[in-house]
Write a protein that binds this ligand. Structure first.
Ligand code: SF4
Ligand code: SF4
Length: 197
């Protein structure tokens, strides 16, 4: 009799434990049902990169003075600055400039330290290619105007999902001027400045 009661007790304990595990699993499921969607129908839809996004580097050939600062500050000495000394003007003359984006880590050091600001980071991140050697951009490719998600008529630009208005789960048909739930980086800076005053 005691053995039978013990078996019933064990069975009840296991049932309670199983119910608790099911409850925990469902809690995760229900929690995800409340979350915002993170699916973007790439490449037809694309997120607008943040303002300080470090994408493909843009290069302005005419502004470059071939000083090679970008090479010295690059952690892997990546930019190739091909120049020759021009005797009549007694200045360096730039022949070619290239950066291999297959190797670049997009740290932005070269952009930061270039004395003539001829380098800049763009929001271009879609650099995929079938041949890694095609990622070695020469001065012509680097000088190409940057692609902008908001200016491509073939693409639906999506704002960052974290900034969706409160309670909105579907970002795809949202008007551009809809109020955001969170604050933009510049709004946070402004708020901190006001608090400091
Ligand atoms: S630092 Fe700027 S100006 Fe100097 S070589 Fe590099 S890109 Fe040209
Ligand atoms: S972004 Fe960084 S790794 Fe890439 S070329 Fe500039 S300094 Fe070098």
């Amino acid at each position: 009799m005691l053995k039978f009661l013990k078996q019933i007790g064990d069975y009840a304990k296991e049932s309670v434990q199983a119910a608790r595990y099911i409850g925990q699993g469902l809690a995760v499921t229900f929690d995800h049902m409340q979350r915002r969607p993170i699916t973007v129908q790439y490449p037809y839809e694309r997120l607008i990169p943040s303002e300080r996004f470090r994408g493909r580097i843009h290069f302005e050939f005419d502004k470059c003075i071939a000083c090679e600062v970008c090479v010295r500050v690059c952690p892997i000495n990546l930019p190739v600055v091909d120049w020759e000394f021009d005797k009549p003007s007694k200045k360096k003359k730039l022949n070619h400039y290239s950066i291999d984006f297959g190797v670049c880590i997009f740290c932005g050091n070269c952009v930061e330290y270039c004395p003539t600001n001829c380098l800049s980071m763009t929001e271009e991140y879609d650099l995929c290619t079938y041949d890694r050697h095609e990622l070695n951009y020469d001065s012509v490719a680097l000088g190409r105007l940057p692609y902008k998600v908001t200016q491509d008529s073939m693409v639906t630009p999506l704002r960052e999902l974290v900034y969706l208005p409160k309670g909105v789960l579907e970002p795809h048909d949202l008007p551009a001027d809809a109020k955001r739930a969170g604050m933009l980086p510049e709004e946070i800076v402004k708020q901190e400045e006001q608090t400091a005053q």
